[in-house]
Design a protein around this ligand. Structure first.
Ligand code: SME
Length: 145
C-alpha cells in the first residue's frame, strides 16, 4: 500500500521537476505532492545557509525559521549526513518542537555533490509513522531535486 503510493508519487515528482530547473519551485511542488498524498502534519525543506538551516518551501502550520548545525532532528541529519527516523519525538534528545502536536518525524538530507544543501523534514501527528520504506523512497525522491 505505502510502496504503491510512493511509486506513483515518485513518478509524479520526477515528471514535475523534469522541465523545471529552479530548486525552490521544485522543492515547493515536491513538498506539496508528498503532503497531499499522505496527509502528513508538516512537510517541508530547510536549506543550508552558512552554519544554519533556514526554513524553505513547506506545507503545514507555521514553523521555526532557523536551526543550528547539529541541533534538533534536522540539524542532526545535516551533521550525520544521513536520514534520521524518529518514532517518538519525546524520546529524541534535543528535538525542536515547532508544533506540540507532532509525535514522529523523518528527516532526509539532499546532497549537492558531497555537501548537504538542504533537508526534507516530515512530521506526523501519530507515533511511529515512518519506517525504512519511507526512508528509502524519500531518499529516492529527494535525489530528483
Ligand atoms: N522538529 C524539527 C524542527 C522542525 S519542525 O518539526 C517543522 C527538529 O527537531 O529539527
Amino acid at each position: 500500500m505505502k510502496n504503491e503510493k510512493y511509486e506513483i508519487l515518485y513518478r509524479q515528482i520526477a515528471s514535475l521537476v523534469e522541465d523545471e530547473s529552479d530548486e525552490i519551485a521544485n522543492m515547493a511542488n515536491c513538498a506539496a505532492m508528498i503532503h497531499e498524498t499522505f496527509g502528513f502534519w508538516w512537510t517541508g525543506f530547510y536549506i543550508v545557509k552558512g552554519e544554519q538551516l533556514v526554513l524553505g518551501p513547506f506545507q503545514g502550520p507555521v514553523a521555526c525559521t532557523r536551526i543550528p548545525f547539529g541541533k534538533g532532528v534536522c540539524g542532526t541529519s545535516w551533521k550525520r549526513r544521513e536520514s534520521v527516523v524518529v518514532p517518538d519525538v519525546e524520546l529524541f534528545p534535543g528535538h525542536i518542537a515547532c508544533s506540540s502536536l507532532s509525535r514522529s518525524e523523518i528527516v532526509v538530507p539532499l546532497f549537492a555533490g558531497d555537501e548537504v544543501k538542504a533537508v526534507l523534514d516530515i512530521d506526523s501527528k501519530e507515533l511511529a509513522t515512518f519506517d525504512e520504506t519511507d526512508r528509502l523512497w524519500l531518499e529516492k525522491i529527494v535525489s530528483l531535486l
